[in-house]
Write a protein of this length. Structure first.
Length: 287
C-alpha cells in the first residue's frame, strides 16, 4: 500500500445542549461532499467541501470501520505502518468514534474493533509467529508521559524523543507490554486512559487536555497508531483561563503543526515536511 493521506468526515447529531438551545442543523452530507450554510441565509447558498469519504449523523462506527479502517489494519498485518486519528473541535465526537459505547454493537469504537481484527487475523495465520507489543503515551503541554506507568512514577521526569538513522524517532524509557489477545489490549487501554489529563471547559465537561497515542507493534514489524487528539478550541467559546488557557494554546499549536505536515504530504511537491515542529508530528513521522 503506497503512502497516502485520506480525510474522512463524520457528522454527529445535535447533542442535548444544542437541542435545548433550539439550534438548527446547518450541514448536509451527500456522497463525498459536505454542504454548510449560514443559518440566517438557509440552505440556498451553501459552501461545499469535498473529502475522500463522508458519513452523516445516522452512520455507524461499524460501517466506517469496514469502509475506512479495515484496509489500514490489514496493511499493518502485511508489514506496513498506519495511523488512524480523529481530529476536530472539542465535543465533536472524537472519543465516541474511537472508544465507542458498550451497549451498542454497531457503535463499538474503532480501537476495540482494531484489537479484535488484529488478533483474529493472527489466530488464523498458519506458519507465522507474531509478537505484539503495546505502548501508550500522551503529549501534555508538549511533555511526553507514559500512561502505563504506576501512579507513583507517572508524574516523574517527562520522556524525551530520540532520533537515529536505523530506528527513526523513538521514546527512550517508554514501557512496552506484550499482549496476546484483544482483552489484554483493552485492559491496558483502560488502565492508561485513567491517567490522561482531563479538564472541564464550557463546551465539554470531560475535555481531553492532551493527545494520546496507543501503539501496537507487530513483529514482522509494523505499527498501528490509534491517536485521540485533544480538541481544537477557541478561547472565546471555552472560557479558558490560566492553566486551561495554557493547555489550549499548546493543543492548538500542535494541531496546527499536524495540519502543516498533512498539507505538505498531500501536496506531494513539498521539498520539506515540517515534522520537527511538534512532538506529535515527530512521533508520527515514520507513518
Amino acid at each position: 500500500m503506497a503512502e497516502n493521506v485520506k480525510v474522512i468526515v463524520r457528522c454527529r447529531p445535535m447533542n442535548k445542549r444544542e437541542i435545548d438551545l433550539n439550534c438548527q442543523c446547518v450541514v448536509s452530507v451527500k456522497n463525498c461532499v459536505v454542504e454548510a450554510w449560514d443559518p440566517h441565509e438557509g440552505p440556498c447558498f451553501p459552501k461545499q467541501f469535498t473529502f475522500d469519504s463522508t458519513y452523516d449523523q445516522d452512520s455507524t462506527t461499524e460501517v466506517i470501520y469496514n469502509d475506512i479502517c479495515y484496509p489500514l489494519v490489514e496493511s499493518v498485518l502485511e508489514g506496513y505502518n498506519a495511523t488512524i486519528f480523529v481530529y476536530g473541535q472539542t465535543g465533536c465526537g472524537k472519543s465516541f468514534t474511537m472508544e465507542g459505547v458498550k451497549d451498542n454493537i454497531a457503535q463499538k469504537g474503532v480501537i476495540s474493533r482494531a484489537f479484535e481484527h488484529i488478533f483474529e487475523a493472527i489466530s488464523v495465520t498458519s506458519g507465522i509467529k507474531y509478537l505484539a507489543l503495546v505502548s501508550y503515551l500522551e503529549i501534555y503541554n508538549e511533555h511526553i508521559r507514559d500512561l502505563l506507568l504506576t501512579s507513583e512514577k507517572l508524574n516523574g521526569t517527562p520522556l524525551t524523543l530520540k532520533e537515529s538513522p536505523c530506528e527513526g524517532v523513538t521514546v527512550p524509557g517508554l514501557t512496552t507490554h506484550p499482549v496476546h489477545n484483544a482483552a489484554e489490549c483493552e485492559h491496558l487501554l483502560n488502565l492508561g486512559s485513567k491517567n490522561r489529563m482531563i479538564g472541564a471547559t464550557l463546551m465539554n465537561q470531560n475535555s481531553s487536555r492532551s493527545h494520546s497515542i496507543f501503539t501496537i507493534s507487530i513483529e514482522q514489524i509494523s505499527k498501528l497508531n490509534l491517536v485521540d487528539l485533544a480538541g481544537s478550541e477557541r478561547q472565546t467559546k471555552t472560557g479558558a483561563t490560566g492553566e486551561r488557557l495554557r493547555e489550549a494554546t499548546k493543543i492548538n499549536l500542535s494541531l496546527s503543526a499536524l495540519g502543516n505536515v498533512i498539507s505538505a504530504l498531500v501536496d506531494g511537491k513539498a521539498k520539506h515536511i515540517p515534522y520537527r515542529d511538534s512532538k506529535l508530528t515527530r512521533l508520527l513521522q515514520l507513518v
